[in-house]
Design a protein around this ligand. Structure first.
Ligand code: NAD
Ligand code: ZN
Ligand code: ZN
Length: 390
């Protein structure tokens, strides 16, 4: 089959690779109908996630048709149309039973490698480095899906792919980021990052009852999408003072909760620094760009919540721990527990409360994945979200 493979920093290639097979009686194989490129893929692309290997198949946002099932799979049949959540989860361990699916204790076959790097091992994720299981991803014609009874959600025929694809990741991720904020009526929420994840964090904050949502980025077209689609109030950090804008909108108190939907500043690196060594230097020197997480902490009102859904790796310097501690802030973060949100968010899509397809700006064939990566990374052609059709 054809699959989009990671070859090294800044290099992906669509190659011929072996077709996936059922390896375990709980597996299914999916023929991918749609798959997307995520901001997280850019972190892999930019070489910020360790334990990637040349030839790894990328992609953790995908959906399609079940074409094979292991003999212990009970809920899926050949021919079912499903969206696959990006975390792989057994559904039976302590963390899965608690609903914390991305921390599954049984889905990461490389747990000891992850422990060395992270302290304890999180669960496995499709197409997302060997420390997170080394599973081939879904930017491919076919994908093997372990624990097929737990993750994939069946989709009725009348809902088109583009309306449901983002259940695999970015819609639940944005929603979880907003849920972390414990929103009560009257709350003002600030979201750093108006990328696809930020768009859904904004929309979800409104769904959960926020009175006002402020969105911060530097790309006017991204800010405009958040304003036009969800009613957010945009602040362009290259044009205005973010702190002043936030204070003015909150009677001097600061937002009730701040969401970091930026994470590792891949863009920053890709614009300012084309090599990994240069990028590391820029991070250390705390370049001229504001660092979203630090801003989110410093601007949050006393006692508020800082919700970190942007992905981080390694060590993050100059984190304002003093501000967090002395002002009683709560920090929440994590890879999204997608399985938890599938049913309720599918219901919200079905009843028209949200149509996630508004973020799609580019529709390409799988073979154009390398072009999709550069377009998305460099914000060419007002790119927001790239969807690939194998
Ligand atoms: P993206 O790269 O398209 O969007 C990031 C946006 O942040 C860009 O528009 C960029 O201009 C903006 N930005 C950069 N620095 C900023 C700053 N200092 N202040 C304000 N905005 C700034 O990516 P995306 O697909 O929207 O993903 C966003 C983040 O969410 C990534 O880190 C990604 O890895 C992460 N993510 C996390 C999960 C999860 O489960 N927690 C799931 C999916 C994605
Ligand atoms: Zn993703
Ligand atoms: Zn589990």
């Amino acid at each position: 089959m054809r699959a989009n493979c990671w070859l090294g920093r800044g290099e992906v290639e669509v190659r011929q690779v072996p077709d996936p097979q059922i390896l375990n009686s709980h597996d299914a194989v999916i023929r991918v109908s749609k798959t997307a490129i995520c901001g997280t893929d850019l972190h892999l692309y930019d070489g910020f996630v360790p334990t990637m290997m040349k030839g790894d198949v990328l992609g953790h946002e995908f959906m399609g048709e079940v074409v094979d099932v292991g003999h212990d799979v009970e809920t899926l049949r050949i021919g079912d149309r499903v969206v696959v959540p990006f975390p792989i989860a057994c559904g039976r361990c302590n963390t899965c039973l608690a609903g914390d699916y991305s921390l599954c204790e049984n889905s990461n076959p490389n747990a000891s490698l992850a422990e060395k790097i992270l302290g304890h091992a999180p669960g496995g994720i499709f197409g997302y480095s060997h420390m997170l299981g080394g599973f081939p991803g879904g930017q491919a014609e076919y994908a093997r899906v372990p624990f097929a009874d737990i993750g994939p959600i069946k989709i009725e025929d009348d809902l088109p792919d583009e309306r449901v694809l983002f259940l695999s990741d970015i819609l639940p991720t944005g929603y979880m980021g907003a849920e972390f904020c414990d929103i009560t009526p009257g709350d003002v929420i600030a979201v750093w990052g108006a990328g696809p994840v930020g768009q859904f964090a904004v929309a979800s904050a409104f769904l959960l009852g926020a009175e006002r949502v402020i969105v911060i980025d530097r790309f006017p077209y991204r800010l405009e999408m958040a304003r036009d689609n969800s009613g957010a109030e945009p602040v362009n950090y290259e044009e205005s003072d973010v702190r002043e804008a936030l204070l003015e909108l909150t009677a001097g108190r600061g937002p009730d909760a701040c969401i970091d939907a930026v994470g590792l500043e891949a863009h920053h690196f890709s614009h300012a620094a084309h090599s990994y060594d240069r990028a590391k230097q820029v991070t250390r020197q705390e370049s001229d760009r504001p660092f979203a997480l630090r801003e989110a902490v410093r601007n949050c009102r006393n006692g508020g919540v800082v919700s970190v859904i942007g992905v981080y790796g390694g060590f993050v310097d100059k984190f304002p721990m003093g501000s967090l501690m002395n002002r009683g802030l709560t920090l929440r973060s994590g890879q999204c527990h997608v399985q938890r949100y599938l049913r309720p968010l599918l219901d919200r899509i079905r009843n028209g409360e949200i149509d996630p397809s508004f973020v799609i700006t580019h529709r390409l064939g799988l073979d154009d994945a390398p072009h999709g990566f550069t377009t998305f990374r460099d914000k060419e052609d007002e790119c927001m979200k790239v969807v690939l059709t194998p």
